[in-house]
Design a binder for this molecule. Sequence first.
Ligand SMILES: Nc1nc2c(ncn2[C@@H]2O[C@H](COP(=O)(O)OP(=O)(O)OP(=O)(O)O)[C@@H](O)[C@H]2O)c(=O)[nH]1
Ligand SMILES: [Mg+2]
Ligand SMILES: [Mg+2]
Length: 256
Amino acid sequence: MANSKYEYVKSFEQPDILLQNVWIVVRIDGRSFHKFTTKHDYAKPNDDRGLSLMNRAALEVCKEFPDIVIAFGESDEYSFVLKKSCNLFERRSSKISSSIVSYFTSQFVYRWKEYFGEHELKYPPTFDSRCVLYPTDENIKDYLSWRQADTHINNLYNTCYWALVLKAGKTPIEAENELRGTFSDGKNEMLFSRFNINYNNLPAEYRKGSVIFKKPVQETNKETGLTKSKKRLVIEHVDIISEKFWKEYPDILASK
Ligand SMILES: Nc1nc2c(ncn2[C@@H]2O[C@H](COP(=O)(O)OP(=O)(O)OP(=O)(O)O)[C@@H](O)[C@H]2O)c(=O)[nH]1
Ligand SMILES: [Mg+2]
Ligand SMILES: [Mg+2]
């Protein structure tokens, strides 16, 4: 009903169009995943099924939203970087962030059985989401470095904490007290001398998180024998904190 007396309420909606020509990061994070992972008997500190399910849901998001040029995931979070020229939903912030987190969450639930088998999903998980803008390439690299540094700090701490609790029989309070004020060197030393764990030999996925990007690959046509260069979405556990990665794959940030 056009021009009804109710129509004025539409003007209460606030525009939330994101600034043009800047990188958009959509970061999603599991709500109360401390509880969710406990209720679902996740392995401590890292559960391979849970991490693989996060990666799979994120990969499906990257397929569904081709404006995403790179994504980084750790623990219960994922960051999706959309290219500067992205015009998805006319750059409306809440529409972008809600569509991405909704698709991620439904993929997470839809594919639960693929990764957890008969281990029942006891209640529906929730993920929150936000859009953050980064104007320069340096800013976006620093953003991703920040998340990867966080992965390292948390994983080193959690590996020590759970070794103290599960292997040395400490109470949670005792483990926390023992770790308070320690630095990386001390934690590495503790793992090696007391638990025979060489931190650097732990799976790269635990230490560095997961990076999804379009990687150039050579594909050979079986019939013609001709090779051509293509891009394929891959999940790798590499250093994005170092310049080496950005030099190796300059196309990622060139997708302005
Ligand atoms: N055991 C186990 N726990 C995990 C794993 N991945 C994530 N978690 C848990 O999920 C939590 C994620 O941290 P946060 O996102 O800061 O905390 P949260 O409980 O989700 O709380 P909010 O995000 O504030 O709602 C970690 O502290 C762990 O308790 C895993 O592989 N294994
Ligand atoms: Mg969380
Ligand atoms: Mg988190």
